[in-house]
Design a protein around this ligand. Structure first.
Ligand code: VNL
Length: 391
């Protein structure tokens, strides 16, 4: 009798444990999203956070039976802070994945931690070619500057431009853009003069004065997302809008977040890039509409699409690994392909960089708003720097 009671008590406890086990089986998979939410690059943080949240709102917060928790941290655009936050998220929060990374130095800082802790690092914004080589755990859903820039050089050569001045922010992606443009354009017989402007608190005017004096056919500009409006203001102040010097470059300078407030000075600028809010596809129309609706009318830019696709890659990767992170998750991401709001994309299994269409666009007024209107497509472009290395 006593034995029976004891046994049934044990049975009941086991049943209760099993029950709580069911509740506990709903483990949480944590994603640490580290972004510049304050400081000069806060627009990048705002765009990516909004896109990541939209993705989760649309797809739900359960993947492979596990609850997805997004932990957003502000690194203020400072690499030391990015690294410290990544360390805390890995050690204290036990994140399965880290993501975000608004600028190149911010993506590079936690790369050794990704390698040591075997935590995948999904780069949604930063775009210097070499970033993915800093850790085998880095996978990128943004772009690379050489990838966006070589088509610009080809367009310039094909459209009769002979002399071009380049003006770039003096750090990784600017130098990548300068080198890619110069090599491709001079190979086609063009002439180039290179100018570099500091990344922090840039004063473009002395450089713009030089360009006004040299009178090239075009000015090729790279400034990171969020800085284009400052550049355009000084472009007008130096009278370059009336000089006949054409404005060209990768699409960061006319980024959709700022473009609409730049005014007519931006009209006619020719840029090459992977995303325009005006991209004509059903996927993009749905994305832009939902993004605006969820964010008081804010227009998504190329940072937003990097964030949205980064979440897609994490969700689909976790589905394949049944919620497991680490090396298995990176392996699951390699070779994945899908239809993004930007068009067809895939993750190059060798380089872990994104392969995507690059579009040639012209700023036009459409229904009263300024847009980068795409008029030509170069399909399935890989990062040309790594493609050249592997040849
Ligand atoms: C970077 C490249 C940052 C392109 C950007 O905006 C950008 C970077 C903040 O790699 O630092 O548009």
């Amino acid at each position: 009798m006593l034995r029976r009671t004891l046994l049934s008590a044990v049975g009941a406890t086991a049943a209760m444990l099993a029950l709580s086990g069911v509740a506990m089986a709903q483990e949480t998979v944590k994603i640490g999203l580290i972004l510049p939410m304050t400081g000069p690059f806060a627009s990048t943080g705002r765009q990516i956070e909004a896109a990541a949240k939209l993705y989760m709102q649309q797809k739900g917060d359960t993947v492979a039976g596990k609850k997805i928790q997004l932990i957003v941290k502000d690194d203020t655009g400072t690499a030391d802070v990015t690294k410290r936050l990544a360390q805390e998220l890995i050690v204290n929060d036990k994140i399965a994945v880290m993501a975000g990374f608004g600028l190149t130095p911010l993506a590079l800082a936690p790369a050794p931690l990704a390698t040591q802790a075997k935590v995948p690092e999904v780069v949604m914004a930063a775009a210097t070619s070499t970033i993915t080589e800093a850790s085998p755990f880095i996978v990128r859903t943004s772009f690379t500057l050489p990838q966006a820039t070589v088509p610009m050089a080809d367009w310039a050569a094909q459209n009769g431009l002979k002399k071009v001045a380049t003006l770039v922010s003096d750090y990784g992606p600017g130098i990548d853009a300068e080198k890619a443009f110069t090599a491709a354009f001079t190979a086609k017989g063009g002439q180039v003069e290179n100018l570099r402007v500091p990344l922090a608190n840039p004063d473009f005017s002395p450089f713009l004065q030089k360009v006004a004096d040299a009178k090239p056919d075009a000015l090729f500009v790279f400034v990171p997302s969020g800085i284009g409006a400052q550049f355009m203001k000084q472009f007008v102040e130096r009278g370059l809008d009336k000089s006949g010097i054409k404005l060209i470059g990768p699409g960061d300078v006319t980024d959709d977040d700022l473009l609409n407030n730049m005014g007519d000075v931006a009209l006619g600028a020719i840029t090459t890039q992977h995303y325009s809010a005006d991209h004509d596809s059903a996927e993009n129309k749905a994305f832009v509409e939902a993004f605006k609706k969820a964010n008081n009318g804010m227009r998504p830019n190329f940072m937003a699409v990097g964030g949205y696709d980064g979440m897609h890659l994490i969700y689909e990767g976790l589905k394949k690994t049944n919620g497991e992170g680490g090396q298995a998750l990176v392996d699951a991401m390699k070779g994945m392909s899908w239809t993004s709001p930007r068009g067809p994309v895939s993750i190059d299994p060798q380089t872990r960089d994104i392969v995507q269409n690059i579009y040639v666009r012209k700023v036009e007024r459409k229904n009263g708003e300024l847009y980068n209107v795409e008029f030509a497509t170069i399909p399935n472009v890989k990062d040309p720097v790594k493609a050249a290395k592997s040849n």
